[in-house]
Design a protein around this ligand. Structure first.
Ligand code: SF4
Ligand code: SF4
Length: 99
């Protein structure tokens, strides 16, 4: 049997000091059932369903549509019944002073 790595909306590798390319949310797209609970939980409205993609289960998965709006609060990840979201803290260079 052939095993396939899960399709993941992976944050790009970033170089030191490269805060611009940081993506704070990683979506395991093949595990997402498109229920939208994470989208409802996100106050800044950073998430949306990716209507251009259908995963192996036949769902439009969530994606991070507005990376700059995300605060890494992880409310979306706590809401997801399928543990399909991973949240990353912003790099030190991108944090507000004192955070
Ligand atoms: S970590 Fe918080 S701000 Fe970022 S997408 Fe999830 S709920 Fe929205
Ligand atoms: S809560 Fe989880 S399963 Fe539901 S849309 Fe968001 S990432 Fe997908």
């Amino acid at each position: 049997m052939t095993m396939h790595a899960p399709l993941v909306d992976a944050p790009p590798r970033r170089l030191p000091g490269d805060a611009q390319s940081f993506r704070p949310v990683l979506v395991a797209m093949e595990r997402c059932k498109g229920c939208g609970l994470c989208i409802d939980a996100c106050a800044p409205g950073a998430l949306e369903l990716d209507m251009s993609h259908v995963n192996a289960m036949g769902h439009h998965p969530a994606r991070l549509a507005k990376p700059d709006a995300c605060t890494s609060c992880a409310k979306c990840a706590r809401m997801c019944p399928d543990a399909a979201l991973s949240i990353f803290a912003p790099p030190a260079a991108a944090r507000p002073m004192g955070a």
